[in-house]
Design a protein around this ligand. Structure first.
Ligand code: CA
Length: 227
């Protein structure tokens, strides 16, 4: 069963989310602020954290960073703020997806299911290969990335994107295919996600992100990984 931690400080919204998610078979924990969210995440290891960015006390972005350091959960951010800057900041900090308030329950459920799938594929599996390039090493089974002798921390979404590219090594993978595999069918047109995440992968894994040797963009078409 998928366990969701709802981090939200408006009691009526918390109740509505709790009722709807439980009715659809999710296990639900709730936390009204960042500190309690981190305690709850440590105690119950949720698959997905549904995080409102507008929280009292601890800033939502700091909560994302802390969660990311300690937890493998997918983070789905919910916010009333609409600037694309904030969206990018949240994704940069390690969030996996972003939903703007007000949202429909159907849309939320679709995003939650996609987020839960990502957490699943981020779990270690035995038959995944080890990829060695001159710049970095990826152990897909152990979910370990190393560059210049140091561990590189990748988020579940980054691993998922990486896995799709690695599985298709040397071949161009279309933008829509990538979006569908990593974010789900409802997100097929969000090509800005790909720009953000490919930039993160390059920043973390390439020696010179501006002149990538492994992660190539075919403008308007897709991306290719060359070992
Ligand atoms: Ca709030």
């Amino acid at each position: 069963m998928t366990r969701v931690l709802v981090v939200e400080d408006e009691p009526p919204l918390v109740r509505a989310l709790e009722i709807n998610l439980k009715a659809r078979g999710f296990d639900v924990d709730t936390a009204p602020d960042g500190a309690q969210a981190l305690r709850s995440a440590a105690a119950s290891a949720p698959d997905v954290v549904l995080l409102d960015l507008g929280l009292p006390a601890m800033d939502g972005i700091d909560v994302i960073k802390e969660l990311r350091r300690r937890n493998r959960a997918s983070i789905l951010v919910v916010s009333a703020r609409r600037t694309s800057d904030e969206k990018i900041t949240a994704l940069d900090a390690g969030a996996d997806d972003y939903l703007t308030k007000p949202f429909s329950m159907d849309e939320l459920l679709a995003r939650l299911r996609a987020a839960a799938r990502r957490t699943d594929t981020a779990k270690p599996s035995d038959d995944a290969p080890v990829i060695v390039t001159e710049t970095f090493t990826l152990d897909l089974a152990a979910k370990k990335a190393r560059r210049d002798g140091r561990d590189v921390r990748l988020t579940p979404t980054e691993w998922h994107l990486l896995e799709v590219l690695v599985r298709n090594s040397g071949r161009l993978v279309g933008r829509h295919q990538l979006l569908e595999e990593v974010w789900g069918t409802s997100q097929r047109t969000q090509t800005n996600y790909l720009r953000v995440y490919m930039a993160q992968l390059r920043r973390k894994l390439e020696t010179d992100p501006a002149h990538p040797k492994h992660f190539f963009t075919a403008p308007g078409m897709g991306y290719r990984f060359d070992p």
